[in-house]
Design a protein around this ligand. Structure first.
Ligand SMILES: Nc1ncnc2c1ncn2[C@@H]1O[C@H](COP(=O)(O)OP(=O)(O)OP(=O)(O)O)[C@@H](O)[C@H]1O
Ligand SMILES: [Mg+2]
Length: 239
């Protein structure tokens, strides 16, 4: 599904080049719920940005379902991103003057006359269909993030990217959001998620840890047991 080979990425500042990713190799399988951990500044967001075509890479290759990302540009890249990828961030980036329903439907309206039906179906899935006519300022933080999940799913993406989606939420709300993501994953949704929290990481099915520009470990969790997964994450992050 995603095949990353020898991915290298550096950033240019005033007088020097800083290497962030120094040869990442990873194969993501359909149905993986992959957790990406690592210190602040280690390159987790950079990795997601490269794999999702937001950012260019210096070396290596990224293949998504057989398409090489560095071989497509402009409109083709835009279309790939629209139809294959969904995104959730720490901040929800909802559009203030659109309703919850409109926020979810908007990117589907350009090609589907039934976009609002699809949006409603997803609002039901994340249990905020009763809030469809509210504006973002009229719903809670957790409800906004549910809306952001529905919006990320509206084009039926093959891959859902989530960059610290629960970082701005309280513990209980974060668990509610993680239960939704876990449920989606059990229905087959492939997810790549960054988090700093071992408790949140435990919801994944597989975990990588970024250190010194490479993936230091690649661990498959054995099952659904949150406590066991949490213990394993703690062992990995503390060594
Ligand atoms: N556009 C840019 N130009 C220059 N440096 C950048 C740019 N984007 C990121 N960096 C640097 O690259 C490094 C990795 O950044 P990145 O955002 O990927 O880290 P992260 O692991 O996501 O950290 P955090 O956990 O704090 O979100 C940081 O040192 C950052 O300052
Ligand atoms: Mg980041």
């Amino acid at each position: 599904m995603i095949d990353v080979k020898n991915l290298r990425k550096s950033y240019q500042t005033q007088d020097k080049t800083v290497e962030i990713l120094k040869g990442i190799n990873i194969h993501v399988n359909p149905g993986d719920f992959m957790i990406i951990m690592g210190e602040s500044g280690s390159g987790k967001t950079t990795f997601l940005n490269c794999v999702s075509g937001f950012d260019t890479i210096d070396e290596g290759s990224i293949e998504i379902g057989g398409t090489k990302l560095n071989e497509i540009k402009g409109k083709a890249l835009e279309q790939l991103r629209l139809h294959q990828f969904g995104f959730i961030f720490q901040d929800n980036y909802l559009i203030d003057n659109l309703t919850i329903l409109e926020n979810v439907a908007i990117t589907r309206l350009q090609y589907d006359a039934k976009a609002y039906d699809k949006a409603m179906e997803l609002l039901k899935k994340v249990h905020i269909d009763h809030l469809k006519d509210n504006y973002p300022s009229q719903v809670s933080g957790g409800e906004k993030q549910r809306c952001a999940i529905a919006r990320a799913l509206v084009n039926e993406p093959k891959i859902l990217f989530a960059d610290e989606p629960t970082a701005a939420l309280d513990r209980q709300t974060a668990d509610e959001i993680m239960n939704i993501l876990s449920e989606l994953n059990k229905q087959g949704q492939t997810i790549l998620m960054v988090t700093h929290s071992p408790r949140i990481a435990a919801y994944g099915t597989r975990m990588v840890f970024v250190e010194s520009g490479v993936f230091e470990c690649d661990e498959a969790f054995t099952g659904d047991d949150l406590e066991a997964n949490y213990q394993r994450v703690m062992e990995i992050t503390e060594r």
